[in-house]
Write a new protein. Structure first.
Length: 292
């Protein structure tokens, strides 16, 4: 993460981010270079290990998804948690126990290989990060695919609203908050939010553009005043990377699909697989269909 205090244009942060990220894509590319690619083609590159970096800016016009995988004996509790917290956990697909291949949002995609980077949690503790999780797969595992705010970034760009982490070739900043989630069974905790700096005059446009897509978190949950939701320092996100907030911009916060990872750490199930924050499943679902 960029730790240098750059001046107004964010040049230092951008240079450091590009240097770090280019090793995660073939041919010194960045995620934004795959903006016009089809999701299936990019998933093949991910499956083969050629792409291991973040997916923000990839496959414009197509939805991306967060991942939570839990043993069957914990699956109903989490399903109920997601239903009770649709802003943070809008469900796109749930698999049968043991099923690795998706049927709805990316038919044939393999849950264990088609995401750039995964995390393993045991008893709520992060024990490893991997580029595929086939060796961890079990016949009792149920997968939950949750809508991701990367999906509405194309809508923001089409509305001429800047998306800073795409500009700076880094991950979106994500923060733990004091916004409580509604508990269900063993699962409890607070919401995680993603942040994008938006010029003041464009905030209403950003609210309208994202509010039309509730299946990928919808409208912002909070605008400005990060301390009001328990965020003490925007320069120190809990997940992802710091981005530049320019003069004349306000931090805008959306519910985030990393919320389940914070909930897993608080609730401590014996085993859980998730995506690594910012490393999403690229689905075959067109964003426009998520508006209806």
């Amino acid at each position: 993460m960029c730790k240098e205090k750059e001046k107004n244009d964010g040049t230092a942060c951008k240079k450091e981010a590009v240097k770090k990220r280019t090793a995660e894509y073939p041919g010194n590319k960045t995620a934004a270079d795959y903006a016009d690619e089809k999701p299936e083609a990019v998933r093949r590159l991910i499956r083969s290990g050629q792409i291991t970096g973040e997916t923000s800016g990839m496959c414009n016009g197509y939805a991306q998804a967060n991942l939570v995988v839990l043993p069957r004996d914990k699956a109903f509790d989490f399903l109920l948690f997601a239903v009770r917290n649709p802003r943070a956990c809008p469900l796109l697909e749930v698999t049968e126990a043991g099923e690795r291949k998706l049927k709805k949002i990316a038919p044939g995609a393999d849950i264990a290989t088609d995401i750039p980077r995964y995390r393993i949690y045991e008893n709520g503790v992060l024990t490893g990060e991997y580029t595929e999780v086939s060796d961890f797969w079990r016949p009792d595992l149920v997968s939950f695919l949750i809508g991701c705010s990367f999906s509405f970034e194309g809508e923001l760009l089409q509305a001429d609203i800047p998306v800073r982490q795409i500009e700076e070739h880094c991950n979106v900043p994500m923060y733990r908050t004091n916004i409580p989630c509604e508990s269900a069974g063993i699962f409890h905790g607070s919401m995680v939010v993603s942040m994008r700096p938006i010029p003041y005059a464009l905030v209403p446009r950003a609210v309208l553009a994202t509010g039309a897509m509730p299946k990928v978190h919808g409208a912002p949950i909070h605008i400005g005043a990060p301390e009001a939701i328990g965020i003490s320092d925007l320069d120190k996100p809990d997940f992802g990377d710091r981005v530049t907030v320019k003069e004349g911009e306000v931090p805008v916060f959306w519910p985030c699909g990393v919320t389940p990872q914070a909930v897993v750490m608080a609730s401590r199930p014996d085993f859980c697989i998730t995506h690594s924050p910012g490393h999403m499943l690229l689905t075959d679902v067109k964003n426009v269909t998520l508006k209806y």
